[in-house]
Design a protein around this ligand. Structure first.
Ligand SMILES: N[C@@H](CCC(=O)N[C@@H](CS)C(=O)NCC(=O)O)C(=O)O
Length: 225
């Protein structure tokens, strides 16, 4: 029996965050149960007992311990399996810097990227609707402001929270990839320090393993069509 089950989806950026964390720790003793989000499998009454909002990812352990919210899951797994992606809990300043960087990632980066990706990518699958150009323009404006600030920060620091790669850097990867997928990778490549940081994140062996696994899965899915 695997140590725990991860419920997720291959197209889910939030699930990818958890898979990247597990890859960093070389943790393979888990079962990945893939839900079909387009079919609404995440909204079944059975699944909503694990995640009241009917979203992925969720992890469940054989003793019944169940957790949702990708960042909470990543932090829990890093703590449980001693994956060295967190500041030492005894270092109050480093922990505060980590929390600060997490808040920046969620509110100034992930929020506008998710709105942009919804309008330009997800909406057509879910509703067939055209992008709301005002939401697109506002999100792009917010991201330009964000990347200018990130550029300043990364000219002084190697990674988002400190001099080492932490969970915060990892949290960015799935939505950075999504930005390229929706045609706005120039926001990254036009910022020299951001681009260099992103290359460092992408070149990590754990990131490369997850990207290769997803490429393989996508090719297999295409082959079945
Ligand atoms: N804040 C949550 C967001 C979870 C989330 O929005 N997951 C998406 C996939 S990336 C989902 O399940 N979408 C399907 C739905 O909302 O029905 C997290 O970080 O885990």
């Amino acid at each position: 029996m695997p140590a725990f089950v991860l419920y997720g989806s291959r197209t889910s950026t939030n699930t990818m965050r958890v898979r990247l964390t597990l890859a960093e720790g070389n943790i393979t003793d888990y079962e990945l149960v893939l839900l079909n989000l387009l079919k609404g499998e995440q909204k079944s009454e059975e699944y909503k007992m694990r995640h009241p909002w009917g979203k992925v990812p969720t992890i469940t352990f054989p003793d019944g311990f169940t957790l949702h919210e990708s960042r909470a899951i990543c932090k829990y797994l890093a703590t449980k399996y001693s994956i060295p992606l967190l500041p030492p809990s005894s270092d109050a300043e480093a922990t505060a810097r980590f929390d600060e960087a997490q808040s920046v990632e969620i509110f100034y980066f992930a929020d506008p990227v998710q709105k942009l990706a919804f309008e330009k990518f997800i909406k057509k699958f879910m509703t067939g609707g055209a992008p709301d150009e005002k939401v697109v323009a506002d999100s792009l404006q917010a991201l330009e402001t964000y990347f200018d600030a990130a550029e300043n920060l990364l000219q002084k620091r190697s990674y988002m929270a400190c001099e080492n790669y932490t969970l915060i850097d990892l949290y960015y990867i799935p939505l950075m990839l999504r930005l390229f997928a929706v045609g706005h990778g120039d926001l990254i490549t036009s910022h020299k320090a951001v681009n260099a940081w992103y290359d460092r994140c992408l070149s990590r062996p754990a990131t490369q393993r997850i990207l290769a696994a997803d490429k393989e899965a996508a090719a297999a899915a295409d082959g079945k069509k």
